[in-house]
Ligand binder design. Structure first.
Ligand code: IPE
Ligand code: IPE
Ligand code: MG
Length: 252
């Protein structure tokens, strides 16, 4: 049976998603390999990133079709500022282009967009577009699409700690009320389930500072394919691999 059909049937059968054999509620993807793809094809790195956005469209569409609740995509890390001015500028331009071409369709489908990361350091035009996308889709109830831009997991945790400290200082919170749940409420992903499945393309096997807290019990799949070549069929395979994992959460 084709992978996609099998996944559809699993959903139609209404299997509980948390159980082994079901679909993940929250998928996170580290979209890696644009640079190597460009090199392989003797193209500019900017062209590689542009090609990557084609994959991005397909993967978002497919995630929505499958009825998965949350999709988190790593688009630009706090460490990616260290790349050349030219590459950073190309990535910033892609943010504008992506939202200009996709926002209508995403909104129509009921996708709710949330930007993970500190928008303050972004250029004004990008900040505005991202805020507008969040505002426009705030009431939507479909796929929750988290896009991590100028995001770092450690920065996110430091920010949560700072906010909690401020609440304690203001007398609104007692130190003993700083629980795991309270910390989770101060993360960008507040109110969302933890990451169930993390996919990183291009064969690299590391988190690179992505969703450190939310991935505590995530299953990991590392396809060798470079992000611009990553297909919906390969995505289905990763979802199926997830379905076969036995998740124990420390139990027997
Ligand atoms: C991932 O592709 C996209 C971003 C980091 C924005 P890379 O640009 O890291 O691709 P490689 O790892 O150099 O192949
Ligand atoms: C992680 O990939 C960031 C994104 C995909 C946006 P990198 O390519 O920047 O990570 P490292 O440098 O290989 O760890
Ligand atoms: Mg990379």
């Amino acid at each position: 049976m084709e992978a996609r059909t099998a996944l559809r049937l699993m959903r139609q059968a209404g299997r509980p998603e948390r159980e082994s054999g079901g679909l993940p509620r929250h998928v996170a993807i580290i979209m890696d390999g644009n640079g190597r793809w460009a090199k392989k094809h003797r193209l500019s790195v900017s062209r590689g990133h542009r090609q990557g956005t084609e994959t991005l469209r397909e993967i978002i569409r497919h995630t929505d079709d499958l009825g998965i609740e949350c999709l988190s995509l790593y688009a630009f890390s706090t460490e990616n500022w260290s790349r050349s001015d030219e590459e950073v500028a190309a990535l910033m331009q892609l943010i504008l282009d992506f939202f200009a071409s996709e926002i209508d369709e995403l909104d129509e489908k009921g996708v709710r967009i949330l930007i993970l990361g500190e928008k303050g350091r972004l250029p004004e035009a990008q900040r505005r577009v991202l805020l507008e996308a969040e505002e426009r889709t705030r009431e939507n109830t479909g796929l929750r699409l988290n896009i991590a831009i100028n995001y770092g997991g450690r920065a996110e945790l430091a920010r949560a700690a700072r906010e909690l400290a401020e609440e304690v200082q203001a007398g609104r919170l007692k130190p003993e009320e700083i629980t795991e749940a309270a910390l989770g409420e101060h993360l960008y992903t507040r109110g969302q389930p933890d990451v169930d499945l993390l996919i990183r393309t291009s064969g690299e096997m590391r988190l690179s500072n992505f969703l450190l807290y939310q991935c505590a019990y995530a299953e990991f799949v590392f396809p060798e394919t470079l992000w611009p070549d990553f297909t919906v069929e390969q995505y289905d395979k990763a979802l199926q691999a997830f379905g076969k994992r036995e998740r124990r959460y420390g139990g027997r």
